[in-house]
Design a protein around this ligand. Structure first.
Ligand code: SF4
Length: 386
């Protein structure tokens, strides 16, 4: 134990070879047959983020004994982040329903009868009021979602959203949008307006993807991520489990994300909320151990990303969520709804932060802020780790 604490004492950033050595020694003394999670977590801690993961490597991590995977996800998490800090994001649907796409999990697609009423883009006053309320409730990131395939031909609406981005950014919040596919020019305009991050999930593996969506391709999704990255906006991209995919597809999703030229800054891990009327309405709920496998594997292969425990959190108890935070999740959505599906109660989240000793992560608007922030909290995190 003493050795492990020593290894982490000087190890927040950058990753150092000496800490890797100590980590390995500490680990080796406790087992003669290290799991892939142990081996790769040690390498991640020693060498820092990698983009050359093979799919087999990620699969062996994912398949490690779950408690070992959780433990090593936690080790990487504590090395790369202040483990007590959890980012609170609020996601608001600013334009609901009536979407032309056929994403099989989505109640907002106009192709499915889910009883959801399509609405127009929310007004500026309503959006800013919601952002203010989210800020007062402790959120540091405000995400705006619109149910569109893309924003081409929506110049008026797009310009309105640029205004919303500017104003919310001026409120001192990070701002994120999820508006469907983007063109290069639109990504640049969003960047100029002050957008912090753009969300565009890959949803699942390339192989399983055509079972879920047919109206846009995997490569189109990757292109949007490229435009976002090139514009200097942080990338938020993850996926959903519980779509009927195999575990191999979950590994495939993580492999695609972990081998992007730069890892996404945020990786949301969603558990399907099966909505009546969608083609996936009868899917069985995701179990907590499936979430833990995804979160811990994501943490080991993308150590610096904010791994977000996203949709489906509402179904997990506080102890189950605690395991997710231990495995490496460090971001959640707060607020009454996640676009159109229910989310955790505000008071229950406040109580959870208190019970688990979590602290809200401050907003960060650039690499320098992030580094300073991490340095400020490093000693506190280490000293409270026991
Ligand atoms: S997930 Fe997005 S793009 Fe797909 S149907 Fe729903 S709103 Fe449309």
């Amino acid at each position: 134990m003493l050795v492990i604490r020593s290894a982490f004492r000087g190890s927040t950033r950058p990753f150092s070879a000496s800490s890797s050595l100590l980590f390995t020694v500490a680990y080796s003394s406790s087992s003669s047959c290290p799991s892939a999670a142990a081996v790769h977590a040690g390498r991640t801690i020693g060498e820092g983020p990698r983009n050359d993961w093979s799919r087999d490597e990620i699969k062996t991590i994912y398949d490690s004994p779950v408690l070992d995977l959780l433990f090593h996800g936690a080790q990487v998490h504590r090395h790369a982040h202040n483990f007590r800090e959890v980012q609170q994001c609020t996601l608001l649907s600013i334009k609901t329903g009536g979407c032309s796409e056929d994403c099989s999990y989505c109640p907002q697609s106009s192709r499915y009868s889910t009883g959801l009423k399509a609405q127009k883009l929310m007004t500026k006053d309503d959006v800013l009021q919601a952002a203010q309320k989210a800020k007062e409730a402790g959120s540091t990131r405000f995400c705006m979602g619109a149910a569109w395939r893309d924003t081409i031909g929506r110049k008026t609406n797009f310009n309105q959203i640029l205004e919303y981005v500017k104003e919310i950014r001026e409120m001192g919040m990070e701002v994120c949008c999820t508006l469907g596919m983007l063109e290069k020019q639109q990504a640049l305009e969003l960047k100029n307006a002050g957008l912090t991050a753009y969300n565009h999930n890959l949803d699942t593996s390339r192989e399983y993807y055509p079972n879920i969506i047919t109206t846009r391709t995997y490569d189109e999704r990757l292109k949007t991520l490229e435009y976002v990255r090139d514009a200097g906006i942080n990338v938020c991209s993850g996926g959903i489990i519980g779509l009927g995919e195999a575990e191999e597809d979950r590994v495939g999703l993580l492999h695609t994300l972990a081998t992007l030229p730069t890892h996404p800054e945020s990786v949301p891990i969603n558990a399907l909320i099966a909505v009546t009327g969608t083609p996936l309405q009868d899917q069985k709920p995701v179990e907590i151990w499936e979430m833990i496998r995804m979160i811990a594997t994501a943490r080991i292969v993308m150590p610096k990303a904010m791994v977000r425990l996203s949709a489906g959190r509402v179904r997990f108890s506080m102890p189950e969520q605690a395991l997710c935070f231990l495995a490496g999740a460090n971001s959640i959505f707060t607020g009454e709804k996640l676009l159109t599906t229910p989310n955790n109660d505000f008071n229950a989240d406040q109580l959870m932060f208190k019970m688990l000793g979590l602290i809200p992560k401050a907003p960060s608007f650039g690499d320098d802020d992030a580094k300073n922030d991490a340095a400020d909290h490093c000693e506190e995190a280490i000293s409270s780790s026991g």
